[in-house]
Design a protein around this ligand. Structure first.
Ligand code: SAH
Ligand code: SF4
Length: 374
């Protein structure tokens, strides 16, 4: 069985035409799936009779196609009301996290690309749970449609930004991720702007080099955390496979080819990577690159004893970067009260049995608060 959300528009059109329908039917089916987030296609009011018949026969249980329909297991808002975090259950029972950050006029979705992660970063809740499986393109697309549906139900403007910073390593699941982005940027569907999409990687060098050749202007964020190879390997085991000098070379290639600035993520861990000397080292490492550094105080996790850098030390770190003419932003730990760190909600929820029925509520985490008005 194939998920209809896994198909590019051209795939869908070819299938329908091969089944004796016309391209106009593909357009109306695509619109229903991607613009209207229709969860039930039977008796859809805009379908002409041949398409309605096709849907009725092909989407029967056990037939060729199905609709991706992740269940909302929990839906929790942060106390400031701006961050909303969903735990979604996929068709095989696995769960992933999706976050909506809804600030006036600039809503952002943060989606997962894998269940768990193979990269093993020591401070990351997703790394601590290990790798379970890749997500299919459809499962990535469905997360975005879920968020868009929430925004629409709040009468908010459409989703503006997309970041691939949820659970998993996007460049370890390259083909499915890039196909999902192609579906999501198709103007006949949700039509996201490619330059408002950011792919975050731990530093999968072959993936960065492939991305450098991709015609779409997606943004690249590289999770660096240390400018010292040994220190970085202690935090990010994957850097033994793709060593720091190779990573910087790949970033150079990406920057030269795409003429785009690269974002570098730096999780600030007290006493580990947050001294002025660390700041000087990163400024030296990135000196030849069009770089912007995002400083993110650690979100504590059960599997890691480190703590977050305090604000004065984070400011001092930023001052050193500024002196070296390296632009940076200190990112707030938004939504920490909804376990908004990558992988933390699933970890928390694994301690609570999932409901057996197709419930959309959680035993104790659900609240369905309105988003702040825009
Ligand atoms: N695998 C990709 C994208 C998902 S992780 C990557 O590593 O870039 C998204 C971001 O969250 C990364 O920058 C990662 O370093 C950061 N992160 C993970 N766990 C964190 C934690 N406990 N506190 C702060 N940032 C964390
Ligand atoms: Fe994987 Fe990213 Fe977490 Fe590292 S930080 S374990 S790469 S999800």
């Amino acid at each position: 069985m194939t998920s209809l959300h896994d198909l590019l528009f051209s795939d869908l059109e070819n299938i329908l035409v091969a089944d004796g329908l016309r391209p106009i039917h593909a357009q109306s089916l695509w619109r229903a799936i991607h613009r209207q987030s229709a969860s039930n296609l039977a008796d859809h009011p805009t379908f002409l009779p041949p398409l309605a018949r096709w849907v009725k026969s092909e989407l029967l249980p056990g037939n060729r196609f199905f609709l991706e329909a992740p269940l909302t297991i929990t839906d929790t808002a942060s106390s400031d009301g701006f961050t909303r975090k969903l735990l979604l259950q996929l068709a095989d029972g696995q769960t992933v996290e999706t976050v909506l950050m809804a600030y006036v006029g600039r809503s952002t979705a943060c989606v997962s690309t894998q269940v768990g992660c193979a990269m093993g970063c020591v401070f990351c809740a997703t790394g601590q749970m290990g790798f379970k499986r890749h997500l299919r393109s459809a499962e990535i697309v469905a997360q975005v449609l879920k968020v868009e549906h929430i925004l629409r139900s709040q009468n908010s403007t459409s989703l503006r930004n997309l970041v691939l910073m949820g659970m998993g390593e996007p460049l370890h699941n390259y083909d499915a991720v890039l196909k999902a982005l192609e579906i999501l940027t198709d103007h006949r569907g949700i039509g996201l702007t490619p330059s408002r999409i950011t792919i975050s990687t731990v530093g999968v060098v072959p993936g960065i080099l492939r991305l450098a050749e991709d015609p779409h202007p997606y943004n690249l964020a590289v999770s660096l955390h240390s400018a010292d190879p040994q220190e970085r390997a202690n935090l990010v085991p994957a850097s033994r496979r793709w060593p720091l000098p190779d990573l910087i070379n790949a970033c150079q290639t990406y920057a030269t080819r795409t003429k785009r600035r690269i974002f570098f993520e730096w999780t600030l861990i007290a006493g580990v990577n947050d001294s002025p000397k660390h700041a000087e080292a990163v400024a030296t490492l990135l000196s030849g690159l069009p770089a912007h550094v995002n400083l993110i105080p650690l979100n504590p996790t059960n599997g890691f004893t480190g703590s977050a850098t305090a604000t004065p030390a984070a400011r001092e770190f930023q001052r050193v970067l500024h002196q070296a003419k390296l632009p940076s932003t200190i990112r707030q730990r938004r939504g920490i009260d909804v376990a908004a760190g990558c992988g933390q909600l699933r970890t928390l929820h694994e301690k609570i049995p999932l409901p057996q029925s197709k419930a959309s509520a959680s035993p104790n985490l659900l609240s369905n608060p309105p988003l702040p008005s825009r």
